[in-house]
Design a protein around this ligand. Structure first.
Ligand code: FES
Length: 92
């Protein structure tokens, strides 16, 4: 995973078996740096309190410290398109 700044937005780019996804980089719980977390297939785990997000959609799979998924907000998800050697991210 890699933390990038695009158009003033902090994003985490995740490479899942050659397919790229982008989420807002700061955890919706307490702003943990998701780019420093762990990626297991499509599950991004926050390094601070272990909240889990589906990196393909930003949906919360598990809340912080094992709480329910609806205890925090989902992450913003951005569309990623590969153009040659570049990644194009759709920022609304
Ligand atoms: S800051 Fe991410 S789970 Fe708490």
């Amino acid at each position: 995973m890699k933390w990038v700044r695009v158009g003033g937005n902090d994003l985490v780019i995740a490479n899942v078996d050659g397919k790229f996804y982008a989420l807002h980089n700061w955890c919706t719980h307490e702003q943990g740096n998701l780019s420093k977390g762990e990626l297991k297939k499509t599950v991004l785990i926050c390094p601070e309190h272990g909240a889990q997000f589906d990196v393909t959609t930003g949906r919360v799979l598990l809340g912080p410290d094992g709480e329910s998924a609806d205890s925090i907000q989902p992450e913003k998800s951005y569309k990623v398109v590969v153009q040659g050697d570049d990644l194009m991210v759709g920022i609304p």
